[in-house]
Design a protein around this ligand. Sequence first.
Ligand code: SF4
Length: 348
Amino acid sequence: MLLLSPLPINLLALDFPGVTAFVSKLGWPKYRARQILRWVYQSRIRDIHQMTDLALQDREYLQSFVTIGRGSKPRVLQSGDGTRKFLLPLEDGGTIESVLIPEGRRVTLCVSTQVGCTLDCTFCLTGQMGLKRNLRAHEIVEQVLTAQDHLSPSGHITSLVFMGMGEPLANLDEVSDAIHRLTNTQWGLGFSPRRITISTAGLATRLHETAGLGVNLAISLNATTNEQRGRLMPRVNQLHPLPELLDACRTYPLSRGRRLTFEYVLLGGENDSATDAKRLAKLLKGIRCKINLIPFNEFPGNPFRRPDEAVVIQFQSLLRQSHFDVFIRKSRGRDILGACGQLGDLPL
Ligand code: SF4
């Protein structure tokens, strides 16, 4: 049945049970599944003939109806600060964006989980696109493979953040599948879950479902009153108002030594006052967390402005007075619309 399919079988699109079923339908031993997946994920091959531990005859047979699924070539935009943005074409004509940010010995990749987004955060370019569709697990993983292809042979990605286009918790099944492939050490990419962060705009009822993945969780908060959050992040706040979100954070099952991250985009004159800083400290009191402040990255057509640096520093020190660990996120890749909140629908 499998072999009569009119379309080539895309190996990358199959999960581990899928590849296992595939090899058993061919009458091959089970260990072949791992062998094949190692080539796909760990060696990042693009051609079946590179699977040199398979007999030539088997490779030729596979070649006749199977693809690796790595056919698409990205467009790469290079920022003056070393950040690179990859625009990866999808089979159905859409595009996804991921951003590679080198900083000293650290290399962070920001990946997308949806084409567009269901939510409509007013400070985000992706939100203006609406949702086109959810990404499949292999389309999420392919962003990582693509970025790795563009690093030097000794270079590797040290952190993965699910903070690109889309709301990861609105596509949690595919995100979880992708994380299994990214963290599997036998045949997958072998990332430690501690090096992976999922960021949510606040889908409170799904927060706890991420706990079993062992990854870090970041919550994009951006407001200190329910009314303010309703203005800045209308859709998600209508679904899960601020008090409900904070309750879900307070009861999140953090394991030993772990903490939540709260992200706070600072919008000049909107949510960056001393009163906001004090309210934020009060809201987060008692939650094991750190806070990342993100000075807004302006983009054409958006009314918000980036606050002055002095305001950002003052906001940070007010929070520090309440004993929070507070970091100011450096803006990277702004010249290629690759910074936080700037991912959108650039043409290929
Ligand atoms: S900030 Fe995140 S959740 Fe909000 S619209 Fe943008 S991509 Fe969607």
